[in-house]
Design a binder for this molecule. Structure first.
Ligand SMILES: [Zn+2]
Ligand SMILES: [Zn+2]
Length: 262
């Protein structure tokens, strides 16, 4: 019975994801969003990046806050290498991590966990230091900004390498390091309504974290997260869905290393 529910939920998400693709005018990621009863809202951030990434993260958050939709509060700093490698989700918060996750094909990985209403309830953005040769200062900003954008529920503006002057494209242009007004408008559309509850943690706290990988270390990606089933594959990225033990869904958005698509 339980298993059947899980399968049904996963199938529903899989069909949603395969239908969505990329729309040019709108670049929502399935309209995923955090539930909130007021706007703007303040997302608690767990800072699990080393000094090498600190400025990239802080500047990204500052730029995203210019949308007028989401403000940020660094709720906790947890920089130990074990924590950064596992990068466990924290209920109601966004965690940003960097670590050497290995030569596993991805540069950046955004993961969101959905509550029973389909709202984002926790998320992580991870940067893979194992591809040190790839990380120009511009690309560090680009991928950091994009993975954080995914954790708000945004998709890509393009995937063909063309630049829309936003970090949500797949261009290596120096004009693609930050969000642009179109991204802000997309967020304003996606977050125009209010919800009847908050899926984010209103007050900062270093809450209990989920361990998404406890039930099958073999299929875990990197050190901490189970990717589950691949439901979408494109030139530069993949989307995976994993049903957690509690029945909730975690959706992963994987930024592949150029030329290493598998
Ligand atoms: Zn909503
Ligand atoms: Zn992406």
């Amino acid at each position: 019975m339980k298993k059947l529910q899980h399968l049904t939920a996963a199938a529903a998400v899989a069909s949603l994801l395969s239908l969505s693709g990329v729309a040019s005018a709108s670049h929502t990621w399935n309209n995923y969003h955090w539930a909130r009863t007021s706007s703007p809202f303040t997302l608690q951030v767990v800072d699990s990046v080393t000094s090498n990434w600190q400025a990239n993260m802080t500047e990204s958050l500052t730029k995203w806050a210019q949308s007028g939709i989401i403000n940020f509060n660094i709720a906790a700093v947890a920089e130990g290498s074990t924590t950064r490698k596992r990068c466990p989700m924290v209920s109601g918060e966004m965690r940003v991590c960097n670590a050497s996750y290995g030569q596993n094909g991805w540069l950046g990985l955004a993961s969101i966990n959905l509550d029973s209403n389909g709202h984002i309830s926790q998320g992580t953005a991870k940067m893979n230091d194992s591809y040190s040769a790839y990380w120009t200062p511009e690309e560090k900003n680009h991928v950091m900004c994009q993975e954080i954008g995914h954790v708000f529920g945004l998709g890509h503006t393009s995937e063909d390498g063309s630049s829309q002057n936003t970090c949500m494209d797949y261009s290596t242009s120096s004009t693609s390091q930050w969000p642009n007004n179109h991204d802000y408008q997309q967020l304003q559309t996606q977050y125009a309504h209010l919800d009847s509850y908050n899926s984010y943690l209103v007050a900062a706290a270093f809450g209990p974290s989920s361990d998404a990988c406890a039930d099958g270390a073999k299929s875990c990606d990197g050190k901490g997260q189970k990717l589950g089933t691949k439901v979408h594959k494109a030139k530069g990225y993949e989307t995976w869905v994993h049903v957690e033990k509690d029945g909730s869904l975690t959706v992963h958005h994987v930024y592949l290393v150029p030329g290493s698509e598998h």
